[in-house]
Write a protein that binds this ligand. Structure first.
Ligand code: BTN
Length: 243
């Protein structure tokens, strides 16, 4: 594997973008620390030194940009399967968060570059709170986020977890890239879903709606029944569970 390893970077997504055109598909950029870790919706991502897995994978599927949402599901499924392998039960909050014991321990930020309605490259940034301690999180974050170490009470081997993620990712990505096959990913997404059957709130741009998550379809869309009884399937959005 092609792995670029850094002690400190601004953001592995930024580094991966700089390298993307000249490296081969599957190249991984990983860092001990990010000084400007990026979350979705312009948020920051806390990335203290030596305590997490902060990485970005460069992908070059020959596909139109409309297919990119599926890549995020592949990433989430790979992380969830890898956690299972090391004995940690996790849930996927469609489409890009991993939840353990009710708190977020991993987020995925997928960015892409396209030309003439084809993908040039995709940067899949995966951040996992492995060995952070509660004191590493700010007051605002501590209720929502945690780390694997806080949950299981001892440090987790980052190398072992990283290896497992990359193996699962490859297993799930290759059939998708070669044949558009994401059936295994969909099965994992459904099996590990924290949303299916729950009352949810969905924010898409300016609009906010409430409903119930019914299922994930074969294209990876979330099927939602809104409060007026209409049923729709959505490709992306910020989803939260209503208490
Ligand atoms: C989110 O849940 O908001 C997404 C968080 C993504 C964080 C990862 S850490 C590695 C990669 N580099 C970044 O700057 N962000 C992603």
């Amino acid at each position: 594997r092609n792995i670029y390893y850094f002690d400190t970077v601004d953001s592995t997504n930024i580094k991966a973008k700089e390298l993307a055109m000249e490296v081969e598909e599957g190249t991984v950029v990983i860092a001990e620390e990010q000084t400007k870790g990026k979350g979705r919706l312009g948020r920051d991502w806390l990335s203290p030194k030596g305590k997490g897995i902060w990485m970005s994978i460069v992908l070059k599927p020959q596909l139109p940009p409309s297919e990119v949402a599926k890549l995020t599901l592949i990433g989430a499924a790979a992380v969830s399967k890898a956690l299972e392998e090391i004995g940690i039960e996790s849930y996927i909050k469609w489409p890009n968060d991993i939840i353990v014991q009710g708190k977020k321990i991993c987020g995925i930020l997928t960015e892409m570059s396209c030309e003439l309605n084809m993908i040039n490259y995709v940067i899949m940034g995966i951040g996992i709170n492995v060995n952070l301690e509660n004191k590493d999180f700010s007051k605002e974050l501590v209720d929502k986020a945690t780390s694997l170490k806080e949950i299981i009470g001892h440090s987790v081997d980052r190398k072992k977890l990283l290896g497992a993620i990359l193996n699962h990712f490859e297993d799930l990505y290759i059939p998708f890239k070669n044949a558009g096959d994401i059936s295994k990913v969909i099965n994992i997404s459904k099996e590990k879903s924290i949303l299916i059957g729950k009352k949810i709130r969905i924010i898409q741009g300016e609009t906010e709606r409430t409903g119930k998550a019914l299922d994930i379809d074969e294209e990876g869309r979330l099927i939602v029944e809104y409060e007026d009884g209409t049923v729709d399937s959505i490709f992306s959005g910020e989803v939260s569970i209503r208490g």
